[in-house]
Design a protein around this ligand. Structure first.
Ligand SMILES: N[C@@H](CCC(=O)N[C@@H](CS)C(=O)NCC(=O)O)C(=O)O
Length: 214
């Protein structure tokens, strides 16, 4: 049994929960973070000194933080050869895209566009910085679009953990209104992901509770 510490409205929790759903694992999820609090207590900081969610414990084992590391742990322990291939030459192609999304496309969208346009209080928003971030995101979206022209998934015909690291961002990316690059393959990928029940259940979670009121 996995214990997941983290609220369902967190995008990193959504990636993890989608992974758990794809692998059909039993879990207990506790609402921690944001309005729920609970992530600055001594007990929580002993599990993750950053005070961030998610954290996972597998059968009461050592706490694990960093969502991508947790997803790879679950892939390694419970996934099949397709989900995270053992062959280093194949694995690195998948890891490469997962890493790029986690460090390039993800922050460019999440920190640069989504957070300041949706979550940050209106009075603190810097419209010039947001406009710059929107422009900087466009070439990254085009890189992803070019890769997905070879799809339907990041690893061609095979659905892998890299699709989780990427795809969980797309609900926010395509439902939040902003000036996006023209990326038909990326949009079609988003539509393909929506045929997966675990994606709909865990990654298409409303972000309205996070929206700044003023
Ligand atoms: N790199 C970390 C980032 C974790 C992170 O930033 N989590 C956010 C939610 S997505 C958080 O804990 N925010 C504080 C809160 O919810 O109270 C990961 O991928 O797990």
């Amino acid at each position: 049994m996995l214990t997941v510490y983290g609220r369902a409205t967190s995008s990193n929790v959504q990636a993890l929960m989608w992974c758990i759903g794809e692998l059909g694992l039993a879990y207990d999820r506790l609402d921690i973070g944001h309005a729920h609090g609970g992530n600055r207590t001594p007990d929580y900081l002993a599990m993750n000194p950053n005070g961030l969610i998610p954290v996972v414990r597998d059968d009461g084992g050592e706490p694990i933080f960093e969502s991508a590391a947790i997803v790879r742990y679950l892939a390694c322990k419970y996934g099949d050869e397709t989900f995270w291939p053992g062959d280093p030459n194949h694995r690195v192609q998948i890891d490469m895209w997962a890493e790029w999304i986690k460090t390039s496309f993800g922050p460019a969208f999440g920190n640069g566009v989504f957070f300041p346009m949706v979550i940050q209080p209106v009075a603190q928003r810097d419209q010039n910085a947001i406009s710059t971030a929107i422009e900087k995101l466009k070439p990254l979206a085009l890189i992803l679009n070019a890769r997905l022209q070879k799809g339907p998934y990041l690893d061609g015909e095979r659905f892998s953990y890299a699709d989780i690291i990427c795809g969980h961002l797309l609900h926010r990316y395509f439902t939040h209104e902003f000036d996006r690059a023209d990326t038909p393959a990326l949009r079609s990928y988003f539509e393909t992901l929506q045929t997966r029940p675990s994606y709909r259940e865990h990654a298409m979670v409303s972000y309205e509770p996070l929206r700044a009121k003023s």
